[in-house]
Design a protein. Structure first.
Length: 201
């Protein structure tokens, strides 16, 4: 009887130890997972947390493709011909317009290319409190084509420079008026609940 009693006590002790160990493991795992999740959410939101310093609403027109320029020279070194345009995949050329209180549109750039644009949509130029300039686009149904085509990948490329130098726009963004914002190159795309954006300055 003493042997059986000792055997039962040993089994009970092992079961209790297993339950305590499993419970302590769960207690250790749960806070770590929550901490990681919370940290990931904070990291995702960090670029958008700063208070907005200024917003300019713009109509954007985009030409698809990659910008190219081919120059042919004569034997004497003079230029015989210049061919340039947009072909292929990506965002070749961007044009932006703002509308004043009277309903009159004006370009955000003094440099306007004569391309035929493939799609248009609404966007925002935004300055955050920490000085970043963002180009943000909402994913509203009316904006679907522009949104989908402009943000075609996790990193997008704008191959021909879009120079934002309209003094009224720069003033609204509280950006140095003697310094234009040049949008050209590759930009990582950041996702928000209501849309996506790239950091352009």
């Amino acid at each position: 009887m003493k042997n059986i009693s000792l055997f039962h006590k040993t089994i009970i002790a092992i079961l209790i130890a297993a339950i305590v160990f499993a419970t302590s493991c769960k207690k250790q795992e749960t806070p770590v997972k929550l901490a990681e999740t919370t940290q990931a959410q904070v990291i995702e939101k960090v670029p958008w947390i700063p208070i907005i310093g200024g917003i300019v609403y713009v109509i954007v027109h985009v030409t698809e493709g990659q910008y190219y320029k081919e120059v042919t020279y004569n034997p004497d070194g003079s230029i015989a011909s210049i061919k340039e345009g947009c072909k292929g995949w990506g965002s070749c050329s961007v044009r932006g317009e703002t509308q004043n209180a009277a309903g009159v549109f004006s370009s955000v750039s003094s440099v306007i290319y004569g391309d035929d644009y493939d799609y248009s949509g609404e966007a925002q130029l935004v300055k955050t409190k920490d000085g970043k300039i963002l180009l943000k686009m909402s994913n509203e149904p009316y904006n679907e084509d522009c949104y989908k085509n402009f943000f075609y990948d996790d990193v997008i490329e704008i191959s021909r420079p879009w120079i934002i130098d309209n003094p009224d726009v720069l003033k609204e963004l509280e950006y140095s008026r003697d310094k234009a914002i040049t949008v050209q190159g590759k930009y990582p795309v950041y996702t928000l609940e209501d849309g996506k954006y790239i950091i352009i300055g």
